[in-house]
Ligand binder design. Structure first.
Ligand code: SF4
Ligand code: SF4
Length: 194
């Protein structure tokens, strides 16, 4: 009986899709073949292909701090990061090297999910074919970097939510910590303490 119901449900879905491809318009759920590459469908907001890195303002201002979390969590290990060092040989909190091998990437989006700095997101660009996949599909930092405006353009709802979250976090940082009585804490000197 369960088997029979499953087959029936599957047939209903198939029939609905079949009928919709003739009766519905494209934006009403109809299924269509487009004449690619002359004709292209606009990707839906959550469509994901390969990851890119976001910068604010200019490409030197990548949000990435080279923490290495995405590199560790990436299932096929296709991310490679080297931290930049400052003149005192201390970590500069930015990547000197950030490579992603698109030939290995399986488009899972885990790097986007685990990044605590809202730095890496999945792109809509899928036209990455090349004649030499061993070298050309390894994308370096410069080729991976995209502006926040680009991010806003391809994923407006999600990118705006990220911007709001970052803005709220910035505001919170600027606000002095409150004590339990609801008054701003004063530095020791202002309280008459040594
Ligand atoms: S999308 Fe998945 S496979 Fe591709 S770089 Fe990110 S974590 Fe790795
Ligand atoms: S993209 Fe995010 S998770 Fe990956 S190294 Fe940069 S800050 Fe860390």
């Amino acid at each position: 009986m369960t088997f029979g119901m499953g087959v029936l449900k599957g047939m209903i879905v198939t029939f609905k899709n079949f009928a919709a491809s003739y009766l519905c318009k494209r934006d009403e759920g109809g299924i269509f073949t487009v004449q690619y590459p002359e004709e292209r469908e606009k990707a839906i907001e959550n469509f994901r292909n390969f990851p890119f890195l976001v910068y604010d303002g200019t490409p030197e201002k990548l949000r990435c701090v080279a923490c290495g979390i995405c590199e560790r969590e990436c299932p096929p290990k296709c991310i490679y990061i080297v931290m930049e060092m400052d003149n005192a040989r201390k970590p500069a909190r930015k990547p000197a090297v950030f490579d992603v091998d698109y030939g290995l990437c399986m488009n899972c989006g885990i790097c986007e999910e685990v990044c605590p700095f809202d730095s890496i997101f999945m792109d809509h660009d899928f036209e990455v074919t090349t004649l030499d996949s061993r070298t050309d599909l390894v994308r370096h930092k410069e080729a991976l970097s995209r502006s926040n405006e680009y991010f806003q353009k391809i994923r407006p709802l999600f990118a705006s939510a990220i911007d709001q979250k970052r803005k709220a976090a910035e505001e919170k940082k600027k606000t002095p910590p409150q004590n339990t009585g609801g008054q701003a804490l004063q530095p020791p000197a202002a309280q008459g303490l040594p």
